[in-house]
Every structure is written in C-alpha cells, then in structure tokens.
Design a binder for this molecule. Sequence first.
Ligand code: NDP
Length: 241
Amino acid sequence: MTRVALVTGGTRGIGAAISVALKAAGCKVAANYAGNDEAAQKFNAETGIPAYKWSVADYDACVAGIREVEADLGPIDILVNNAGITRDAMFHKMTLQQWREVIDTNLSGAFNMTHPLWGGMRDRKFGRIITISSINGQKGQAGQANYSASKAGEVGLTKALALEGARAGITVNNVCPGYIGTEMVRAVDEKVINERIIPQIPVGRLGEPEEIARCVVFLASDEAGFITGSTISANGGQYMA
Ligand code: NDP
C-alpha cells in the first residue's frame, strides 16, 4: 500500500533527507517549507518531490496547506514534524519575541500540524506521527532556554498523543538528534564545532541528515506499529537519556 507522507521543513537539511528517504521507501511525499523559495525549487528539481509553502506557526495556514496536499496526493498517513528554528540568547538577554518565535514554530507548529490531521487518522485507523525533537530538549542547553523548552515540550506532546492514539492505530514518536551537519549547525563558528562540539561526541564527528532520516523511515513503516511514545536518541553517544 502506498502511504502518503508530509514532511514539514522538508526541503532543506534533515527534512530534505527525510523526504528523500521516505520517497525511496515507496511513499508519496510532500515537503513543506517556510519561505526559502530558491532552496525549495532546487529541491523539487533534484528530487521530483512537490514543495508547499506555509508557516507551521500559523494554524489556519496549516489547515489550508494540508487540504491542498491531500487534494493532490490523497489522505496523509505519515506526518513528520521537522520544521524548527533557533533564536539563541542567554536567558538574561532573551527577548519575549525570541521566546515566542521558537515556541510558536517548534512546539505550536507540531500542534498546528498534528491537530488538523488527527481526526482523519483516527477515522482511517492508521497514522504515523514522528516529531524531530533534539538532544537539547533532553538535557537542556545554555543559550537555548526557548529552544530546549520547545523541544522538551515536543516530547511531552508525543507521549500524551501516543496514549490517545494507541487504540486508533496511530503511533506517535520522537527522534532526538544530536549535532547534525546542516546549515543550522554549520552556522556555528567552525572553530567552535571542531574544538568544543566534536570533542563532546563519543563517535568523534557530526551526524549526517541521512542518519536521522533512516530512523524516521523505520518509525513510519507499517512494521513499527508496536513502537509508540518512544524517543530514538541519535546523537553519537553524546547523551544517553
Ligand atoms: P534547517 O535550518 O537546515 O532547515 C529548517 C527547515 O525548516 C527549512 O526547510 C525551513 O524552511 C523549515 N522551517 C523553518 N521555519 C518554518 C516554519 N515556520 N514553517 C515551515 N517550515 C519552516 O534545520 P535542520 O535540518 O538543522 O533541523 C531540522 C529539525 O531538526 C529542527 O526541528 C531542528 O530543531 C532539529 N534538530 C536539528 C539538529 C541539528 O544538529 N541540525 C539537532 C537536533 C535537532 P525554509 O527552507 O523555507 O527556511
């Protein structure tokens, strides 16, 4: 059976690798993105995966976007809540705007995408919801109170929904990546990456987006029906939750 998958933030970084891996696994895939049209067009040209623009921080836009994807591809079976941003600052310097932007995109974004899809998944007695959280939601990170709170919130949301979805054939899980070599991490000074970040990672390197994508493909598969409310920590041994 061909499953339909929607990946938020699915045109760049980890999300792009997830979109490609789900397509390779036989799914019909739609990739959402926020505003980087150039990256989305390049991704679409290279992969043939359709890209849809809306902000996951906007509930009404999510409802409209989901409707458009379902009109094109059919009912969505697999949702990957991957879209995420950082607005780093030490807490004494963090603005309310930095707090809100990160919570609205990362945590409310997961709600805004999951909530409109939940009823259809319940009716069809099948669903796979996979949310990309973070090692920093598990252990906390200085300079990222907003991001760590949003990512820990995603784990709580996942566990509650796993209980509610269990009898309806919906599994709800997290993947918590450690440091992965995407633009989000490459934005950090290379010296900091080499001298401060990599020495904290027992395997001695950054992770690859494809390594996260493989976890998602497994959790999205029909065969993973007994796994719900779980977190896969893919962090090179940096933090063992
Ligand atoms: P990138 O910055 O490389 O890509 C982010 C993607 O999310 C882009 O496609 C972007 O769209 C999209 N996006 C951002 N805001 C919104 C929004 N409001 N609505 C819709 N889409 C949006 O991020 P990564 O690939 O590094 O990260 C992906 C996920 O993995 C995030 O949730 C992140 O927190 C998590 N993560 C990443 C780690 C890492 O080391 N990279 C470590 C742990 C967790 P556009 O292209 O239009 O800007």
